[in-house]
Write a protein of this length. Sequence first.
Lengths: 361, 108
Amino acid sequence: MKKLIDKAHHIKIEKTRARKILRQRHRRLPKRKNKRTSHLLSRRCRFDLTITRKVKGGYIVEMPTVCSLQHNHAALINACAEIRKFSKCDKRLRAINFDNITELEPSAALLIAAETSHLNDRKGLQYMRPKPDGWEPEIKRLLSQMGFFELFGVEAPDDLEYEHRRSFLKFFSGKSVTDTKKTGELRERIEKRFGQTLSPRQRQALYEGLSEAITNTQGHAYGSAYPVDIDKWWLSAAYDFEKEVLTIMFVDLGRTIPGTLPKKGWFEKAVHKIGLMGDGEAIKAAMEYSRTRTAQPNRGKGMSEFLHFPQSVERTKNYLTIYSKKGKYTEVTQEEKTIERNPESMNIMLKGTLIEWKVSL
Amino acid sequence: MEYSIANSFSKYPAGRFKTDGDYSGEHLREIIDPMLKGPEPVIIDITGTEGYGSSFLEEAFGGLVRAGWSLKDLQDKLEIKADDTTEFYKKLIWSYLKEESERCRKGA
């Protein structure tokens, strides 16, 4: 409860901080009209939670204080969307500011890494150098573990603290289904770094979920039917040593599940068209057996395989959460059975799909 | 004739079609299909891999029925070799074969 209150407090601080910065900036605006216009480019974002500001020679994207899809969804997605914009336009992103981060969830870290990695592929990160002096020590360590410094082509600082309660793994990325061997490397790294040996069934279940997620990127997210300019997926894991919770995350930045799912029958089409069927419900529908874009009877078995890994871990409650477009879908499993299904619709759209497995080992 | 997926194909089989990657279900089906045309029974060893996705198994084995093999012929000629940890994949493969055979029989 105390943690929840703390998190709510963080978000409140976040909003207040963003408003304060905006007020100061508006006060500093020069009077001449043309300069004013250029300053306005460093505009406020839709929800005042993420700010892209103009500096000499480019722009800086400010990351929110609480980087969490669960507790600060809008701000985080906004920040990631801001990074994506720079991969498509001529404007130069000088830096991503991590100074304000006090809370960093594994999935959020992977999402930021994916967007940064995509920006690197499209435009290179040669103008950007991380300045970790102002980062929180814990955040510096986690971002370093996730592979951020290597992404920027610089060495990780040597003042990292290694007394920790949680640990991230360096992300893997791949382009095609042939890269599924990286899922085996991830599993080996999980066992080596976190000291957790998965049972043969857990290994298989993990592979089933991940290989289907990768196959889906090829067939749906980056499928040839609607070409997109991205073709990679990203994968990582984290372990909380106190709670003994393993989190595995997979992200693609292509077309979303609600965006590619066909609607069954005239009623569902009409309901979706007038906005009564949210994206969370659409993900839930996609999880149902035999619901696929291809509409072939032998297809559409894959998404239910995402559940195999949480179902293979018997202890306590385990979670599968999927974020795609504006949808969030959580399925809670216990003793190999689903005990809860929660489809939700969010305010901000994630341009891609993030799958998160959270299991207690 | 025995064929080990882990040793001769891939430890990380995945994907449905060739367009998905080098070790897809369609690739494996194209290896198994000519073997079945030979005189000897075919033993497919499914042990030793990291695991199998359903789309891989469905395309590799369910696809044999779509390619013209009858369930009875496959029951006569095809043997799936599994151990304790892969026994349920063996059951899954036969369920895909039965499902696809049923679907073909109904003309779906």
